[in-house]
Design a protein around this ligand. Structure first.
Ligand SMILES: [Zn+2]
Length: 423
């Protein structure tokens, strides 16, 4: 079986390729890039005017299965992923039961192989049931197929536990991903501390709570040699800490997500719980510093932190509603519209941060169109304008702060192992 994506702009940052041509796929693997209109195949798809990239990779997603299938499951979550151009996602362990045993790791991998529209790589928990005290059997989680370790959503407060966890991960060569929050400073907080929170009469979450936890975790990474990945950077000050850590050659990487540069805390006005996030959406100055970090390479990765919640859970008083928003279906378009179109970030940089950079941080395959690689591919129409509509999403949930936003850049289709994914 020979499939040709013909006459496309083919962009692969992993090989510094950006040219017009035909992408040839044979028996599910990349066979190469040749001159436009020169390849023959069993199936030739005309991709004139379209962009072909490695399938996008999101290393920070909540698929909610097992345990919270009313919010999302592996099938609906990976359908949303494919609709957004993603061919691989790493799923966080705050499920029920949490991903703290080999049985749950295997169950997710098996379920994804049956119903997944994208590859799924489970992230194992650092502590038992994410309770923050007893470390999991990380060696066993790794052997079962966990790609990284995290207690996302339940940040480790005890520095000694974090140190031991990092020592364990370092021994095994596992990346530890941290949600960075000093909870002594955030208890009861509902949104970013500042003018908007004051006007709305809501308790604030100060950015220093993130900065302090980041500084501690970076220092522990330096002490232990553990590869540390900072999840969902929201604070401009954190970007500076990460930049300095990299200068000191501490093995740390960082990610942010579109809502942290494309929106400010005014998105919460009107008590809009679909903009309620932790860490919270912050200010224009944070947006500016985060974009600076993306541009100068301090922030390696754009993730989504796709976190579905059912409508009835979000339709509550702002301070009672759960934290979390959707992201998979809008991430590429919002990023392209707010970073690339205004000339802030080059398109190859954006694609790198959404493909190979994530694969490298967690050590998974994909993110490349290199000859012989499995043909996980995304195809986009960069001229297409569309309006994000929560009601039309593939996710089971509707909690997106981008509802109604007109964006540019649309996924046409993805290939998973050379097969067109139907969403
Ligand atoms: Zn998360």
């Amino acid at each position: 079986m020979r499939l040709v994506l013909a006459n496309a702009r083919i962009l692969d940052p992993s090989q510094n390729i950006d040219r017009f041509g035909d992408l040839v796929i044979e028996d599910g693997k990349i066979a190469g890039v040749v001159a436009a209109h020169s390849a023959d195949g069993d199936e030739v798809r005309d991709c004139s005017g379209l962009l072909v990239t490695p399938g996008l990779i999101d290393i920070h997603v909540h698929l909610r299965e097992p345990g919270f299938e009313y919010k999302e499951d592996i099938e609906s979550g990976t359908r949303a992923a494919a609709a957004g151009g993603f061919t691989a996602v790493c799923c966080m362990p705050n499920t029920s039961p949490s991903i703290d045993s080999t049985a749950v790791v295997r169950q997710i991998i098996e379920r994804a192989a049956e119903v997944g529209c994208a590859r799924v790589y489970p992230i194992g928990a650092l502590t038992r049931n994410m309770q923050g005290d007893q470390l999991c059997e990380i060696a066993d989680l790794k052997a079962a197929g966990a790609c990284a370790i995290s207690d996302d959503a339940f940040p480790i407060q005890n520095a000694e536990t974090m140190r031991r966890g990092m020592e364990y991960c370092a021994q095994l060569g596992m990346t530890l991903m941290t949600h960075n929050e000093d909870q002594a400073l955030t208890r009861g907080g509902a949104m970013n501390e500042g003018r908007t929170a004051t006007m709305m009469g809501l308790p604030g979450i100060p950015r220093v709570a993130e900065d302090i936890a980041v500084a501690r975790n970076v220092l522990l990474s330096e002490l232990t040699g553990c590869r540390l990945h900072l999840l969902h950077i929201s604070s401009g000050r954190t970007v500076d800490i990460l930049r300095k850590a990299k200068m000191r050659r501490i093995p740390v990487t960082g990610e942010t997500a579109p809502h942290y540069w494309a929106l400010t805390d005014s998105a919460c006005e009107g008590y809009n719980t679909n903009a309620k996030m932790n860490p919270p959406i912050r200010t224009a100055e944070d947006n500016r510093l985060i974009i600076e970090g993306l541009v100068d390479g301090t922030i390696d990765i754009i993730a989504t932190d796709h976190a579905p919640h059912a409508p009835y859970e979000k339709e509550r008083e702002f301070d009672q509603a759960p934290f979390g928003i959707l992201g998979l279906e809008t991430s590429f378009a919002v990023s392209y519209t707010t970073l690339v179109l205004p000339g802030k970030l080059e398109l190859p940089d954006l694609i790198r941060k959404m493909t190979i950079a994530g694969a490298q941080v967690v050590g998974i395959p994909g993110g490349t169109l290199a000859e012989g690689a499995v043909a996980d591919v995304a195809v986009f129409d960069l001229a297409a304008q569309w309006t994000a509509r929560a009601a039309e999403g593939r996710s089971k949930s509707r909690n997106t702060p981008f509802d109604g936003m007109t964006v540019t850049g649309k996924t046409c289709f993805t290939l998973l192992g050379g097969r067109v994914v139907e969403v």
